[in-house]
Ligand binder design. Structure first.
Ligand code: ASP
Length: 314
């Protein structure tokens, strides 16, 4: 049995906010990413490769806040975070605040495999990427009119905002301006789990702000004995709640099912803390959860038993 589940961000995503055309583009983007990961798993490829294929596909799609579609920081640039983890060895790799790189998820994987470290940040992460032969792309590669306008609205303020919660909170007219962080989790035919997450973070973020995405245990976690988890939402809360590892712990130490663990963490603990968002998770048996406490989450799952789901709203 093999399974892949993905997300493209969670937040205030209502049907009234998306035109039918945009909705269909989002769904196609999710389906393409699912298919990319599924193909790898079907060919007996590793969960790690499947996660990379799915996340890369979402990073290359400007609809989502990761890679090409990354939001603008206060300085008008793009600083991306990504992490990846494998469930068999508990190895992890991550980059924080990396600039001018097309696919941060691939660099995170290289950090895991070749750097001897877990997390590289800023200039150092970029130097490492270049030393590994990654192409440096110009700032224009990330340019997107919607995101630029989104940033203009709050640029002069101290405000920063979660990409896909912006319109509702700020009363923006252009409500199609909601996009999201991306992530994937997978179980392969060898029984190995993996998880990966990638983001442009929050619009107008300052001071080298880093969220949960590149932090193993918070935004991303995988352990063959329990589950693989990739999170999306208000990173500060996901950091404090150590969300991904908490799900794994509830399975490992309390014997909870994946569903019970997700329900408690996402729909109870995070809600009490004030943390809006969600996650995708798959357990060692191939069960998956697409769990969120927000209005919606761009999400999808596909497995060897014929399941193929793509969803946006509640
Ligand atoms: N969790 C991400 C962050 O806080 C944002 C998101 O998921 O949209 O950077």
């Amino acid at each position: 049995m093999f399974t892949i589940a993905i997300h493209g961000g969670a937040g205030t995503i209502l049907q009234s906010m998306l035109t039918p055309e945009l909705e269909s583009n989002y769904k196609q983007g999710l389906q393409n990413a699912l298919d990319a990961g599924y193909e790898v798993l079907k060919q007996n490829g590793s969960s790690l490769d499947a996660v990379c294929a799915a996340v890369k596909s979402l990073e290359n799609n400007e609809l989502f806040n990761a890679g090409k579609g990354s939001v603008f920081t206060h300085k008008g640039i793009h600083e991306m975070d990504a992490s990846i983890m494998r469930g068999d060895t508990l190895e992890a790799g991550a980059v924080a605040g990396i600039q001018n790189i097309k696919n941060p998820i691939l660099v995170a994987r290289d950090v895991m495999q070749y750097s001897g470290h877990v997390l590289l940040s800023g200039q150092g992460a970029q130097e490492f990427a270049l030393s590994r032969g990654y192409e440096q792309v110009p700032n224009e590669y990330f340019y997107n009119q919607f995101r630029f306008d989104q940033w203009q609205e709050i640029k002069e303020t101290d405000d920063f905002q979660l990409d896909h919660a912006a319109a509702q909170q700020k009363g923006f007219a252009h409500e199609e301006k909601k996009f999201g962080t991306v992530g994937a989790v997978a179980l392969d035919l060898q029984g190995n789990l993996a998880a990966g997450t990638s983001t442009g973070g929050m619009t107008n973020k300052r001071f080298g702000r880093v969220g949960d995405t590149p932090i193993p245990g918070s935004g991303t976690y995988a352990n063959n004995h329990t589950c693989a988890v990739s999170c999306t939402g208000h990173g500060e809360f996901f950091l404090r709640a150590v969300v991904a590892y908490d799900i794994s712990c509830l399975i490992e130490y309390k014997g909870y099912t994946l569903q019970q663990a997700c329900d408690i963490v996402v729909k109870d603990k995070l809600v009490k803390l004030g943390g809006e968002g969600g996650l995708v998770a798959v357990d060692a048996h191939g069960n998956f959860e697409l769990s969120y406490n927000s209005e919606g989450m761009y999400r999808g799952a596909k497995n060897s038993e014929g399941v193929n789901i793509v969803g946006i709203y509640k």
